[in-house]
Design a protein around this ligand. Structure first.
Ligand code: VG1
Ligand code: CO
Length: 580
């Protein structure tokens, strides 16, 4: 093939958000749009991570992925990349990409130095919906801010890109290596099995035999919903083939370009079919429902954990996994190095860390901040309130790992009871956890696609209020008398303990005397307008008060949050789009 140099000009708005660049497909289809971003990424990397290097390109299989893969392959060839690894059909979950970067060795002994992940995660897919792209580094984790800032700066000055126009399209539906010869030598495209490396890794972490025993118990039943995302490419291999679950346990496990027209977001609003099956929906079955249910998002890095008629908040989930990891999961048998959560995630994990005397870190939203801690051996288990849970086995959150972690805990709690009267349930485990550590009532209100200027004003107003706490407390006592005082208010700022880098403006916090918190953030993953996220949390230690409905328990704080922020005044919205 030949290398073509193409002239181009900067295109506005290519700033990577919380997790890469996410825009409508029509935006990505504009001439040079994807090309500019890919070339800007190559230009932001060290030369040896491009020239002669091996990179992975794949994603959640959403609409436009196949076209994007062909473009990126041609640009990689022209930029001197030696090999591109592509999951069969272009499918690799985000956690599988991370595992492939870290674990896979090519037939010729090669190792990957990074990856383009093609996903907009939980955002809908299809010709009129979202596409996304992000770059992951040699440790398997998302590019740190230093790199994403450089990529963005490059997009603002770009003048040219390189592409091998005459390189034929590669058949990504067939496993095998295709070699081409170019001006700088050979270039290979290696299409490989999407699940193999990931499944192998999972088997080194968990005790598959004990999970298998649980799944085969007549008392146990299970339902997994991939929401037509890429998790489907792993679910059958792991849950059915390896662990012996019934095929009927899997729903929506065929990956689709448009996720079947749905929102591939594993929460109580969008995972409707699973929610109904688990007895949580309005039209729920009265009779038997499965013991355990779980769902994933489009790129399979998120998870939702459900018990029989019972929802586990993600903030509790990571705390419970951390509290049980050493006993229930072989990978952690020698102890946890530390634990971490994102700032808006509830403090349930903090209490576990304190009780178990573990190192603890609070980082800004987004998985990229956990990677440094893990690379430095400071953190084993971490999580976010946004249905993200994971560990240092890779450098991304991992939806199927979280399900296997919960199955391991269930297997452990039931090991002497597998044929007993009734199994220790998900709900039993959570209630037991609350009884030991106290309960963090938690909810998140999302106001999606509000006017961007109005959202900015709302946030600016909240920052302005922070200047005078007496004033804030006067407003609050005018709203509710049963809410405690704000003792601290700031914008969260993070100094990375490993490399010293500082991230500012990571969310507005109001911290109350009784440990309650209100947090306000603008989403960095949307593709239209602005999304305001409001996080509300209240700690309850008294065991006679831990069984309340969370929306009831939080009603006073919600009231304060909405009035203090003047939510309706600024946004015109009387209710959030999604409550989790
Ligand atoms: C959201 C979540 C955040 C998560 C991010 C990426 O970001 O709040 O916790 O890390 O999505 O997840 P934001 O900026 O919209 O609040 V995923 O599954 O979209 O890669
Ligand atoms: Co995701």
């Amino acid at each position: 093939f030949k290398v073509n140099r193409k002239e181009t000009a900067p295109i506005d708005g290519q700033k990577p958000g919380t997790s890469g660049l996410r825009k409508k497909v029509v935006v990505f289809k504009q001439p040079n749009y994807l090309h500019n971003f890919v070339q800007s990424t190559f230009n932001a990397l060290a030369t040896d991570k491009v020239k002669g290097a091996t990179i992975v390109v794949s994603g959640d299989g959403r609409y436009f992925s196949k076209d994007a893969i062909q473009i990126i392959v041609k640009m990689a060839a022209a930029n001197g990349v030696r090999r591109v690894w592509v999951g069969k059909d272009g499918l690799l979950s985000t956690p599988a990409v991370s595992a492939v970067i870290r674990e896979r060795v090519g037939a010729d002994g090669s190792k990957a130095s990074g990856a383009f992940i093609l996903t907009a995660s939980h955002n809908p897919g299809g010709p009129h919906e979202d596409f996304g792209i992000k770059y992951n580094m040699e440790n398997g984790g998302p590019a740190p801010e230093a790199i994403t800032d450089k990529i963005y700066a490059n997009t603002k000055t770009i003048k040219e890109y390189f592409i091998a126009e005459d390189l034929p399209d590669v058949d990504i539906s067939t496993i095998g290596v295709t070699s081409f010869s170019g001006p700088e030598g050979n270039f290979d495209v290696d299409v490989f099995d999407s699940a193999e490396d990931y499944v192998k890794l999972m088997k080194t972490i968990f005790d598959f035999q004990s999970i298998q025993k649980l799944l085969s118990s007549p008392k146990f039943s299970f339902c997994y919903d991939a929401l037509h995302g890429v998790a489907g490419a792993y679910a059958n291999r792991i849950f059915v083939e390896e662990l012996g679950a019934k095929e009927s346990s899997l729903i929506n496990c065929t990956p689709k370009e448009d996720f079947g027209g749905g929102h591939p977001d594993p929460n109580l609003t969008y995972a409707k079919e699973l929610v109904a099956r688990m007895g949580l929906g309005k039209s729920s079955p009265q009779g038997e429902v499965p013991e355990f249910g779980a769902a994933a998002d489009g790129d399979a890095d998120r998870n939702m954990i459900l018990g029989k008629r019972f929802f586990v908040t993600p903030s509790d989930s990571v705390a419970i996994i951390a509290a049980n990891a050493v006993q229930a999961i072989p990978y952690f048998a020698s102890g946890l190095k530390g634990v971490a959560r994102s700032m808006p995630t509830s403090a349930a994990l903090d209490v576990v860390a304190k009780n178990l005397n573990l190192k603890f870190f609070e980082v800004p939203t987004g998985w990229k901040f956990f990677g440094n801690l893990m690379d430095a051996g400071l953190c084993s288990v971490c999580g976010e309130e946004s249905f993200g849970t994971g560990s240092d086995h890779i450098r991304e959150k991992d939806g199927i790992w979280a399900v296997l972690a919960w199955l391991s805990i269930l297997a452990f709690k039931n090991k002497d009871n597998i044929n007993g009267e009734s199994l220790v349930s998900v709900e039993d485990i959570v209630r037991q956890h609350w009884a030991t550590y106290g309960r963090h009532y938690y909810t998140r209100y999302d106001y999606e696609n509000v006017d961007a200027a109005a959202a900015k004003e709302l946030m600016a107003n909240l920052v302005k209020l922070q200047a005078s706490l007496p004033e804030v407390n006067k407003i609050i006592s005018g709203i509710r008398s049963d809410v405690s005082n704000v003792v601290e208010a700031d914008e969260f700022e993070y100094k990375d303990p490993v490399d010293g880098s500082v991230s500012k403006h990571q969310g507005i916090r109001y911290l109350f005397a009784d440990g309650s918190r209100l947090v306000f953030r603008l989403s960095g993953t949307g593709s239209e307008g602005a999304t305001i996220r409001l996080y509300i949390e209240q700690y309850e230690k008294d065991s006679s008060n831990i069984g309340r409905d969370s929306q009831d328990a939080l009603a006073p704080l919600v009231d304060v949050a909405l009035k203090l922020s003047k939510m309706q005044e600024f946004t015109g919205r009387s209710a959030p789009t999604v409550i989790t």
